[in-house]
Design a protein around this ligand. Structure first.
Ligand code: ADP
Ligand code: MG
Length: 454
């Protein structure tokens, strides 16, 4: 295999520049190969993202050239390798994985679900997340006893999954025998569906009810899915009654997850609820500096400050930008200074600064609250409509910069004084109502996602 891969590398080397080759291809390894699939490992996420984005084609071309067959290349991070079984293709792996002789032993193997890098050590704590971080630490040190369940909520890319993984690592560090399971709510649903399909529902129940710690990510996903909610409810109760720790993340506060059953809502609210807010500037700088260090990218404080002040609060995005800057500098063999940073970010930022319209706001607010745009524009006074309407007016004013009159027109011909009233009300409410503040953030993230496609 090694020999085969060095042939492929030779092929690639002849087609790209020396600098590019030594930066990106020297550290690659072929970890598995079949007639149609090849898995190539790279040192970290930074490499993975860049190679997937830029060199998948040439890798596939090289593989196909030597194998005389169409080959699909999968790039993986070396750190994540233990969870990949080189004997099987990833597709085979997914199919029945959950029900192949499930035992507590195979369950403990699943702790490999934990992301190796998402630990407390790599989690930067600041004002916006210190409460959630402290709660997560407390739970890790005394699982099942202090806060149960722990419910962490916050906008996209703010570190919920990271914290959930950190809890897992910390618990296992103290007690490696602990049967701990981290699962995305979506996976939980898929596993349930498979168990029904393959008539393995008893195994499913046993599996999830016989663990010590359940960490469940993005619970909002099960909203509206009745059967999954029901099964989750029973799993929850079984674990809870046996004093097993449960930690849950969500992009919304329990009461604001539309389509979530009341009984789950009240269970989720019965422990400790901790929010994560978007980071302020100083914290963004600290995070960028930390990520730069982790990825061996050297940047000056000015560059960290520049990036932090020009991009949104989504930490995932921040990281993505940093990676691009690092890649650009390494390919061109240039130091990262403000000019280079501006150059790399220019296209992206231009793109990002396409104007958000009042219609974008209306669409996102309506889908967030699951009401019609026409209700937002209407004069109906029920709280179900009036509150989202005021939020939409506030966001329209703060994000789009349209005049009060323009916004009034877009809201079914309302007077500018109505808009002013709504904006003031929400502005004031946001000061001492953290739930409202986080709702506003969550909707902002949705708007950005829908407009910028990030
Ligand atoms: P969420 O689950 O809230 O959408 P993630 O936990 O996936 O967000 O975080 C997105 C990225 O940002 C991850 O790479 C994570 O490591 C990083 N991140 C988020 N918050 C922090 C933090 N406080 N310190 C360090 N990295 C963070
Ligand atoms: Mg997440």
């Amino acid at each position: 295999m090694e020999h085969f891969w060095s042939n492929c590398l030779g092929y690639i080397q002849n087609r790209i520049s020396k600098q590019t080759f030594s930066t990106w291809f020297k550290p690659t390894r072929l970890v598995s190969l079949s007639k149609e699939d090849a898995v190539i490992s790279v040192p970290n996420k930074f490499f993975k993202d860049w190679i997937v984005e830029n060199y998948t084609d040439i890798i596939q071309e090289a593989l196909s050239h030597f194998l005389k067959n169409d080959v699909r290349a999968t790039i993986v991070e070396r750190n994540n390798l233990p969870s990949i079984n080189p004997e099987k293709s990833s597709k085979q792996k997914d199919d029945h994985e959950l029900f192949n002789k499930e035992s507590s032993q195979s369950l403990s193997r699943q702790t490999l679900n934990l992301h190796p890098k998402y630990t407390f050590g790599s989690f930067v704590v600041g004002n916006s997340n210190k409460f959630a971080a402290a709660a997560a630490t407390a739970v890790s040190n005394n699982p099942g006893t202090c806060y149960n369940p722990l419910f962490i909520y916050g906008g996209a890319g703010l570190g919920k999954t990271h914290l959930l993984n950190a809890i897992g690592h910390q618990i296992l560090k103290k007690n490696s025998n602990c049967k701990l399971h981290l699962i995305y709510a979506e996976e939980f649903m898929n596993a349930l569906i498979n168990s029904i399909r393959y008539k393995k529902i008893t195994e499913f129940k046993e599996k999830y009810r016989n663990i010590d710690v359940l960490l469940i990510d993005d619970i909002q996903f099960i909203a509206g899915k009745e059967r999954t909610q029901e099964e989750f409810f029973h799993t929850f109760n079984a674990l809870y009654e046996n004093h097993k720790q449960i930690a849950i993340t969500s992009d919304k506060f329990p009461n604001q997850i539309p389509g979530l059953e009341e009984r789950l809502r009240s269970r989720f609210s019965s422990g400790l609820i901790a929010d994560i807010q978007p980071p302020e500037l100083e914290m963004k700088v600290a995070i960028i500096e930390r990520k730069a260090m982790e990825n061996n990218i050297s940047i000056t404080p000015e560059v960290a400050m520049y990036i932090s002040s020009n991009v949104s609060s989504n930490i995932r995005e921040l990281e993505g930008l940093l990676i691009r800057i690092g890649a650009f500098s390494s390919i061109n063999n240039l130091e990262i200074d403000i000019d280079l940073t501006k150059r790399v970010l220019k296209d992206l930022l231009l793109d990002v600064h396409r104007e958000i319209s009042v219609d974008d706001v209306l669409n996102c607010v309506s889908s967030y609250f699951q009401i019609k745009v026409s209700d937002l524009k209407s004069h109906k006074r029920f709280q179900t409509f009036a509150y989202p309407r005021q939020i939409a007016m506030y966001l329209a004013r703060t994000i789009t910069g349209s005049s009060y009159a323009e916004i009034g027109a877009k809201f079914g011909g309302k007077d500018h004084s109505t808009i002013i009233h709504a904006v003031r009300k929400i502005e004031k409410g946001k000061q001492n109502n953290t739930k409202l503040a986080s709702t506003l953030n969550a909707i902002m993230e949705e708007i950005k996602k829908s407009v910028y496609k990030v």
